[in-house]
Design a binder for this molecule. Structure first.
Ligand code: DAH
Length: 355
């Protein structure tokens, strides 16, 4: 076979194979790699055309014509295949992106506030609306703020009653987990004095407290809210008014309250506060032990020694203070029968009360 005839035969073979491959290409990437292998710089056409150099001057135009024809035919075949595969690719993309707008929406699991956090916020908000400033103090306290400044000196029996968790510390200072939120009274008053000098203040201090006892009705960690107000003419009447308003607002009904004489080292006089039982409306039930009253918090007029400890003159300033247990108030408001529910983290319980 002459050189040109064999070249033309190769070109025809290439043409057939390329057309067949084009027709079978499944996607654009495959088509692109076919184009490179047939028509690319190092492709099969290039290697066939290397033979053209060996042709005689008469043979060249004939072969050249064949080559041009082949290029036109293949260019068209590739471009047709490309259009076809573009349509296929577009259809695949649309199918993949298809949205069934009739499907029900996916439910986003949203978190909820823990019932105790919710209680802390509700309680703080009521005082905040009355003009009390929200303050916080550290959970790791020292003896000065937790005891001494609150008129509980080292040998005072109240210290023993507090079931304190002491912490081992590097320095001489004894650290402990605060046993109540009352130390925030000391911190808030001292800070207030430093920033504003001697002047009235009203503070609500929510937070965690710790005591070394643990049974069905006590958790070693629980929550309190401390409330106090200091001014030049603050009296027990203010205390009673604020308590009355707070309890009625929190429980969303008119509630009778009563004050019974009591003792706390940091108040003088001190009073235990009862409110009408919210479960039986004062008629007497199991929860109020038939009395119609529930003991809800401790309160009193801030002891002169406490004012002295922070540097306020007790001859000029007076104040009331009270501290309440958040767990108990939340349990009463939402009818929660068992303290342990707060700490078991059963989402069914958390969902019912939280929000
Ligand atoms: N700190 C007391 C306790 O944890 C509660 C308390 C009683 C706070 C009387 C007060 C108060 O501010 O006046 O048991």
């Amino acid at each position: 076979m002459s050189e040109s005839a064999s070249l033309i035969a190769s070109l025809d073979e290439l043409r057939q194979q390329a057309l067949a491959a084009c027709a079978e290409a499944k996607d654009l990437r495959m088509l692109e790699s076919l184009r490179t292998s047939f028509l690319g710089k190092k492709g099969r056409l290039t290697s066939i055309l290397k033979g053209v150099g060996r042709l005689s001057a008469e043979e060249r135009p004939l072969v050249g014509k064949h080559v041009n024809e082949l290029k036109t035919v293949l260019a068209q075949a590739f471009s047709e295949a490309e259009s076809r595969l573009q349509v296929v690719a577009e259809a695949a993309r649309i199918a993949a992106e298809r949205l069934d707008v009739s499907l029900p929406g996916r439910k986003l699991a949203s978190g909820a506030q823990h019932p105790l956090q919710k209680g802390l916020n509700e309680i703080s908000d009521i005082f905040s609306r009355m003009g009390f400033t929200i303050a916080e103090g550290p959970e790791i306290e020292d003896e000065f703020h937790n005891f001494d400044a609150l008129n509980i000196p080292p040998e005072h029996p109240a210290r023993a009653m507090h079931d304190t968790f002491f912490l081992r510390s590097e320095d001489e200072q004894t650290s402990l987990l605060r046993t109540h939120t009352s130390p925030v009274q000391i911190r808030a008053m001292m800070k207030h004095l430093e920033c504003n000098g001697e002047s009235p203040l009203a503070v609500v201090a929510p937070g965690r407290v710790y005591r070394c006892d643990h049974d069905v009705t006590h958790s070693p960690m629980f929550h309190q809210v401390e409330v106090f107000k200091v001014g030049e003419d603050v009296s027990m009447a203010h205390l009673k008014g604020v308590l009355q308003y707070f309890l009625s607002t929190y429980f969303n009904r008119d509630l009778p309250i009563r004050l019974r004489p009591s003792y706390f080292p940091f108040t003088e006089p001190s009073a235990e506060v009862d409110m009408g039982c919210v479960l039986c409306d004062g008629k007497g039930c199991r929860v109020c032990k038939g009395s119609g009253w529930l003991e809800v918090l401790g309160s009193g007029m801030i002891h002169p020694n406490v004012l002295k400890a922070v540097g306020m003159d007790p001859a000029r300033w007076s104040g009331f203070a009270f501290g309440l247990g958040v767990e108990r108030l939340v349990m009463l408001k939402y009818g929660i029968p068992d303290l342990r529910l707060f700490f078991e983290n059963d989402v069914r319980f958390l969902r019912r009360i939280g929000g």
